[in-house]
Design a protein around this ligand. Structure first.
Ligand SMILES: Nc1ncnc2c1ncn2[C@@H]1O[C@H](COP(=O)(O)OP(=O)(O)OP(=O)(O)O)[C@@H](O)[C@H]1O
Ligand SMILES: [Mg+2]
Length: 339
């Protein structure tokens, strides 16, 4: 029976040997990684510097071979087919980046659409698809206005977009991208994420990308993989990760005509763990009220206290933690555990 997963790794381990002065140090860049990637989904790989993200992506596209474990991509055993996995199944950003860099040295003074065509032919992409798809690909990455300009004039962010345009001209089902949004301004990064969404949701492509920007992951990923010292410490839905990371919730309360006793009254409410008063520039009294998770009874009590003390509610809502906070909390706590 065919697997429903388009990528599967089992106990993947990669060890690097590093010389430090006279000593030799062994680094487990990937440590027993077992991962099942569903087709048509976007996966984000996150983790601190050196946690093994790039190593994992390189192994999946056959650029590095693991020391132990197995890697099946699109039905192929990568340990056997090695880099050829990029010919059949994978748009690996490393290969594309290298090719574009090299070609810029030779033909970087051709109009961009011609440049892109030559790159695509060199990569063996279907000529018909390249011919008919080039305008759309340049349009998707917002480079249509530059199609007659030379790629030598491109900024770093524009080159990132050109790389993606080249990948878009292929028929391959998998995109493996290492920090694709680095160097993109916030608007370009958002457009880039939208392209990833279209590729996954409308064209059924599978995308794995690494990022340090939790905005990327939150906005586009169906699932996130958190790595630490080469090991997976979480794999799953980013929303679920938020839910399990915090045992407390924060209620943001904004009141008109704040009474002088309100802060103390809120603090003494049953179920309230802590109250923080925030600075306000618009005359409203603003508080963060920390409560136990899923203690819904507290919110009506807060409202009552506000009204009883002569103030009125401008806004009251739960603050959902963002993934950036979750990242910091998880890795800060695990650093403390080690000390
Ligand atoms: N060619 C190599 N030789 C020796 N050690 C290496 C090599 N490549 C990576 N490493 C080590 O493997 C570990 C994982 O590196 P990797 O580049 O995969 O991390 P990363 O999560 O991508 O980090 P970053 O966020 O900085 O990009 C690091 O300790 C790194 O020093
Ligand atoms: Mg890296």
């Amino acid at each position: 029976m065919l697997s429903k997963y388009i990528i599967e790794t089992y106990n993947l381990t990669k060890i690097f040997k590093l010389k430090k002065g006279r000593d030799i140090v062994w680094i487990k860049a990937n440590d027993n990684i077992t991962l099942k990637i569903e087709e048509g989904k976007v996966y984000g790989i996150a983790g601190p510097n050196g946690s093994g993200k790039t190593t994992l992506i390189k192994i999946l596209c056959g650029l590095l071979l693991p020391d132990r474990g197995s890697v099946i991509v699109d039905g192929y055993d990568v340990l056997k087919v090695k880099r050829n996995i990029n010919v059949t199944s994978v748009n690996a950003i490393f290969a594309i980046q290298d090719l574009i860099q090299e070609f810029i040295g030779y033909i970087g003074r051709l109009p961009t659409y011609k440049f892109l065509k030559y790159c695509a032919y060199y990569m063996g992409f279907d000529a018909q698809k390249v011919e008919t798809g080039i305008d759309e690909a340049l349009d998707m990455v917002s480079l249509s206005g530059w199609k007659d300009e030379w790629p030598v004039k491109f900024s770093t962010g524009m080159l990132r977009r050109l790389e993606l345009a080249l990948a878009l001209l292929s028929d391959k089902p998998i995109y493996l991208l290492d920090e694709p949004t680095t160097h993109l301004d916030p608007l370009s990064a958002k457009k880039f994420r939208n392209i990833l969404k279209i590729l996954a949701k409308e064209q059924g492509k599978t995308i794995l990308f690494t990022s340090h920007l939790m905005d990327d992951i939150e906005d586009v990923c169906d699932r996130v993989v958190f790595l630490k010292n080469g090991k997976i410490i979480f794999e799953g839905d980013p929303e679920y990760l938020k839910d399990i990371t915090y045992s407390k919730e924060v209620i943001r309360l904004e009141v008109i005509d704040e009474s002088s006793v309100l802060f103390d009254r809120l603090k003494s409410l049953d179920g309230v763990l802590e109250v923080k008063k925030l600075k306000s520039s618009n005359g409203l009294g603003i508080f963060n009220i920390i409560i136990e998770k899923d203690n819904a009874d507290v919110i009506p009590e807060i409202s009552k206290v506000v009204l009883k003390n002569g103030s009125s509610i401008f806004e009251i809502r739960k603050i959902r933690p963002n993934l950036n906070e979750v990242f910091i909390k998880i890795y800060e706590e695990s650093e403390q555990d080690e000390t």
